[in-house]
Write a protein that binds this ligand. Structure first.
Ligand code: PEP
Ligand code: MN
Length: 339
């Protein structure tokens, strides 16, 4: 249920409504609008009729049911797209297209610093790099772990770029949050509900990737797990789904971008690197994602892709990334966005 407060409602009116929602056994979530507050009352659907009693409270304009199973993530709950601040100068969900670029895995100090300087020079606003890697094979490189996090922090110091890196389990989530500006939940963990709850309790923006066999509604339900724990800073990432097609690693579902735009207020980005698995297709799909309305992109960049410990075939060399960024500016312009 959404409780819409009157434009002139006082703080005391709001606090009394919050108290009453808790007494009724629901969890209140306040969203401050420009002219009025709305309050989401989240909890067991079966008893929702009792929430209608709030309608007679002072300062309450009306009560609207949210029919979708995802509540806090829904556009009904919040009409404007959520703006998530990533640093003093960078925010996602506004006019600016945010490009998160860097290697699949952090491999060495030299590699990550070189990469960070190159992507920054080309115009990326966020550095990506995996330190804990969720690999399909237990015999593949598993990441540099805390050492990798330290190198990411060093790269941030050098370039000023905020850092996004993956969290693979609840046990290491706090450690990762000490170093990272954005916590990435990977496709393989996108329905790891214990992990989603954990990052929901941390005070860091979360980049949630779509699972490879996940419907759009299930994707939003995963976001709902994070939001319902109190963390409202969730960025969704379309990174390709499994289909019968084998010419590409995954099928980048670009239609998910406008579909999500209608369903949710959360910002949406696309990852054409994992979406295609082949560096040849990364730039065209990046342009297409911006045309489809993406708020940003995640792009894998490696100074020496042939020697990368993971995802070399889909990684762009810095020079290719720079030329992609030059063309991307024209697409951003055409979409009435900035880059
Ligand atoms: C990654 O970003 O390197 C990664 C493992 O992505 P995904 O979870 O989308 O496969
Ligand atoms: Mn990767």
């Amino acid at each position: 249920m959404i409780i819409v407060m009157k434009a002139g409602a006082t703080r005391q009116d709001r606090d009394e409504v919050l108290e009453r929602i808790k007494e009724l056994g629901y969890q209140p979530h306040v969203i401050h609008g420009t002219t009025r507050d709305v309050i989401g009352a989240i909890g067991d659907e079966r008893g929702k009729l009792i929430l209608h009693s709030l309608e007679s409270m002072h300062g309450v304009e009306n009560i609207v049911p949210i029919l979708k199973p995802y509540k806090l993530a829904s556009r009904e709950m919040k009409r404007e797209t959520t703006l998530i601040r990533l640093s003093d100068t960078v925010a996602i969900g506004g006019d600016e297209i945010i490009v998160m670029a860097g290697p699949c895995s952090v491999e060495s100090e030299e590699q990550i610093l070189e990469c960070a300087l190159a992507v920054k020079a080309a115009g990326a606003q966020v550095l990506r790099g995996g330190a804990f890697k969720p690999r399909t094979s237990p015999y593949s490189f598993q990441g540099m772990e805390e050492e990798g996090l330290k190198l990411l922090a060093k790269a941030r110091e050098l370039t000023g770029l905020p850092v996004v890196t993956e969290v693979i389990n609840p046990e290491t989530a706090e450690l990762v949050a000490e170093y990272a500006d954005i916590l990435q939940i990977g496709a393989r963990n996108s329905q790891n509900f214990a992990l989603l709850k954990k990052v929901g309790q941390l005070k860091r923006p979360v980049l949630l990737k779509r699972g490879m066999a996940m419907s759009i509604q299930e994707f939003l339900m995963s976001a709902e797990y994070i939001l319902s724990e109190g963390n409202q800073q969730v960025i969704l990432c379309e990174r390709g789904i499994r289909t019968f097609e084998t010419a590409t690693r995954n099928t980048l579902d670009l239609s998910a971008i406008p579909v999500l735009r209608g369903m949710t207020h959360l910002p949406v980005i696309a990852d054409p690197s994992h979406g295609t698995g082949n560096y040849h297709y990364v730039a065209p799909m990046a342009y297409a994602a911006v045309a489809a309305g993406a708020d940003g992109l995640m792009i894998e960049v490696h100074p020496d892709p042939e020697r990368a410990t993971s995802d070399g075939p889909q990684s762009l060399k810095p020079s290719k990334f720079a030329s992609m960024m030059t063309t991307l500016r024209k697409f951003a312009d055409a979409a009435d966005r900035r880059l």
